[in-house]
Design a protein around this ligand. Sequence first.
Ligand SMILES: C=C(O[C@@H]1C=C(C(=O)O)C=C[C@H]1O)C(=O)O
Length: 118
Amino acid sequence: MSKAIDLVQRCTTMEDVRRQVNALDDVLVPLLVTRIGYMTQAARIKGDVNQVRDEARIEAIVQRVRERTEQEGGQPDVMEAVYRQLMEACIAYEHREFVRLRAGSRGPGSDQLAGEQA
Ligand SMILES: C=C(O[C@@H]1C=C(C(=O)O)C=C[C@H]1O)C(=O)O
């Protein structure tokens, strides 16, 4: 099985390195935009603001991502750090979305989100 780590090209200059990194960012950024977009979906579906941060889910993702990283020949500790930062930013955004979606709703007792018809 080919591993992601085997795709790393030998570079001779920093220009080479940065061209490769930019090309990967062109793939990564759209994927991250989509991932982050799911925070709006989560914010709409969750019933209580206290559900926005789910520690069990965070730890399950960390475990899963560490295993995938090892399979690909990468650095599990580095990936865990990346993912913990990513998830903190996602949680902060999800929290803002949770508030935004409910702003201007009809107050206590309403089960409608902003923009939803009766
Ligand atoms: C999207 C969720 O909300 C939060 C964001 C997570 C993420 O970025 O993957 C994971 C756990 C949650 O605290 C979720 O609960 O799955």
